[in-house]
Structure formats: C-alpha cells, structure tokens
Design a protein around this ligand. Structure first.
Ligand SMILES: Cc1cc2nc3c(=O)[nH]c(=O)nc-3n(C[C@H](O)[C@H](O)[C@H](O)COP(=O)(O)OP(=O)(O)OC[C@H]3O[C@@H](n4cnc5c(N)ncnc54)[C@H](O)[C@@H]3O)c2cc1C
Length: 337
C-alpha cells in the first residue's frame, strides 16, 4: 500500500533534530510505487525534496511541497568471482548495515567508511569519504528515476563525475534524479587501507589486522571525535574543506606556520576548514541552542530546540568571520533547504 502522509513531521527524518513538517511525505517501498507517487502526487508547481536518513540536510522551514524518502530495501549478490563480489543494494538500506554485511562476508572496500550515518541511496550524492577512502572507488553504477520524464537511467562510475564530496547527482541532477539502487564491486582478497595517520596509530597494537579490526578502529576514532547523537543534533561536518591556490597557501603559511594542509589531485592545496573556524574563535561558541562543537569546530550542534534558521544564521556568521580573517570563502557540505 502506498505510504503518503499530509502535514507530516520531519523531526525524526533529520539528524539535526529540527522540528519542521512536509506538506506531503511519501515513502515508496518499490520502484513501481515511486513512479506511481511521482505520477499521482507530483505537480509542476510543487517543490520536490528527496531525502534519505536526513543526516546531511538542514531544514530551515516547513517544506511546502512533496518529500520523497525512497524506502526500497534489499541486498543482492549479482556475481561472485574468486577476486570480487558484485552487489546490488537498494536505496533505502542503511549504509552502515551494508558495511557490516560486507565485513561479515569478507568483502573489502567499505570498512574505512564504517559508521557513517545515512542511506545507501545517498552515498553517491556527495561521494562519502573517511579515513583515506571514498565510496566512488567501489561503485560500479548508480540507477535511478529522472523526475522530469520518469525515465530509468543507469550511470556507470565514470559518468558520475565523482570528486571530493561531489558528483553529478549533487550538481546537474540535484533534485531531478531519485537514486533507487547502487551496484558495488568489492574485493574478496581485500588489501587494507590503513595509511591514514590516526587509523594507523589505533591499529598499531593489534596482532592481526583484518576488515573487522579496521571497522572497530574506525568506530573508536569516530566515537572520540564526533558528538554523541543521543545528546546533540548535528549533520557531521557542516563545511567542506576549501581548496586554495599554492600562492595563497604560501602567503597564509607565512602568518600561520601550523596551518594544516593536504595535497590534492590538482594544483590547489586543501585546508582544514575546522582549523580555520577554530582560529577565528568559534570552537565551543553557542547562541541559544545552536552552537559549534568544542572538540571539532567543523561540526555545528543543536543543543535541543534550535531552529534550522538559527543554525543557518550561525553558519553564515562563521562564513563571514573566516572570510574576513583569512580571505577564504567556506562552502557548506550540508544541504541547506
Ligand atoms: C555524525 C555524522 C557524521 C558524518 N560523517 C561523515 C563522513 O565521515 N563522511 C561523509 O562523507 N559524510 C559524513 N556525514 C554526512 C552523511 O552521513 C552523508 O552525507 C550521508 O551519505 C547522508 O545520507 P542520508 O541518507 O542521511 O542523506 P540525506 O541527508 O537525507 O540527503 C543528503 C542529500 O542527498 C539527497 N538524497 C538522499 N537520498 C537520495 C536518493 N535516494 N536519490 C537522490 N538524492 C538523494 C538529498 O536530497 C540531499 O541533497 C556525517 C553525518 C553525520 C550526522
């Protein structure tokens, strides 16, 4: 039966815990239901918002259109060779449940991405990444429905325009393409990727390092670093790490010798946004129930009853202050709606 609700609360559908509602909310459980909902409930004058588990969005107002949460479940092994497993995962599956499934079956490639909140359908959108791994490296293809004409399209990996926290789905196809499933290629002879400094340290005392121990180390690091989701609302990193030119970086380094920087594939230098925000004096600052996490200034918090608008205002003040101090314009990683 079609699940469509009117004036539906989105409180439980966003990890910031912002109290807003959707005029219409639908949670299709099959691709056919999704198409029926688009046919019946989508009108050209009505806004559309696609959501997964709401861990990378900031809702600033009641949504006056149709919210669709693809709730299509299932994990299917399409092919298994001695080296690889090809697995189709439907969009409504929880990302970390899929990681656990892979580790339990000895499939390597996603263990560094353990404990990232969200759905499988959203993982290609910003090309989720952590501890030296990015999901693009294990994606074979992404399939979904184009909302303009309800056509089903499959994008093979090299057509997804993956980049740092970026993809075609976040750019040209934003809000126009509903991802229904993702096909992954995982290794049955995993080569562990433990070069990331903190991960290496965490694993140093281990007698044996395997997929499970990498997962446990990643979870431990994340628990130390991230705010407790039972106490605070957040959406993880609020801003992207900016990439600046080498000459600008050299100028900054002459004033701030400790500025953390990472090489990129192109000519630029990636700077830690959290460091910029901290140096601008924002770590631990709080206005009402909207605040900046004291252990990692890249994360904005809802201490209880902050509105999306209050969190957005705080983010804008931070952006102005970083721009005034360093001449760098921060961009949000979180989707502000
Ligand atoms: C505590 C915390 C830690 C985090 N750590 C990391 C991290 O280490 N690395 C990282 O990369 N991210 C991290 N994130 C961000 C977040 O987990 C990811 O971006 C995740 O992929 C979002 O999934 P979601 O299902 O919650 O998407 P949502 O927040 O619901 O949506 C995100 C975007 O994707 C779109 N979208 C969602 N589902 C679909 C679909 N099926 N089809 C088309 N569009 C869709 C939405 O319109 C929106 O633009 C963190 C978030 C939190 C709260």
């Amino acid at each position: 039966m079609l699940k469509v609700f009117k004036n539906h609360s989105l409180y439980k559908h966003n990890t910031f815990g912002v109290k807003v509602s959707a005029k219409f909310y639908a949670a299709p459980e099959t691709p056919d239901e999704l198409i029926t909902i688009l046919h019946k409930y989508r009108t050209p004058d009505q806004d559309l918002l696609i959501i997964g588990e709401g861990s990378n969005i900031l809702l600033t107002n009641n949504f006056q259109g149709l919210v669709i949460r693809p709730d299509i479940k299932g994990i299917e092994i399409l092919d298994k060779s001695p080296d690889n497993a090809i697995i189709k995962v439907w969009a409504g599956e929880n990302w970390d449940n899929f990681v656990v499934y892979c580790i339990n079956n000895g499939f390597g490639g996603v263990e560094n991405l353990s404990w990232i909140p969200g759905s499988v359908g959203a993982c290609p959108i910003q090309n989720i990444g952590a501890y030296g791994a990015e999901v693009e490296n294990v994606i074979e293809s992404v399939t979904g429905i184009l909302t303009d004409n309800l056509e089903q399209i499959t994008f093979i990996r090299n057509k997804c325009n993956f980049g740092y926290r970026d993809s075609i789905f976040k750019q040209e196809l934003k809000d126009r393409f509903i991802i229904t499933n993702v096909i992954f290629k995982l290794s049955r002879n995993p080569v562990l990727n433990t070069t990331y400094g903190r991960l290496q340290n965490e694993l140093a005392g281990n007698k044996k390092t395997d997929l499970q121990s990498v997962r446990q180390a990643v979870i431990k690091i994340r628990k130390d670093k991230l705010p407790d989701p039972d106490k605070f609302g957040s959406a993880g990193s609020f801003f992207r790490n900016p990439v600046i030119s080498k000459s600008k970086f050299n100028n900054l380094r002459s004033d701030y010798s400790d500025i953390p920087a990472y090489p990129t594939n192109n000519q630029g230098v990636k700077i830690a946004a959290g460091w910029l925000i901290e140096k601008a004096g924002w770590a631990g600052k709080r206005t009402g129930d909207a605040g900046v996490y004291n252990k990692q200034a890249l994360i904005l918090l809802n201490y209880g009853s902050a509105t999306g608008k209050q969190i957005k205002d705080l983010a804008e003040k931070i952006m102005i202050s970083v721009s005034n101090k360093f001449g760098i314009d921060l961009q949000t990683e979180v989707n502000v709606i």
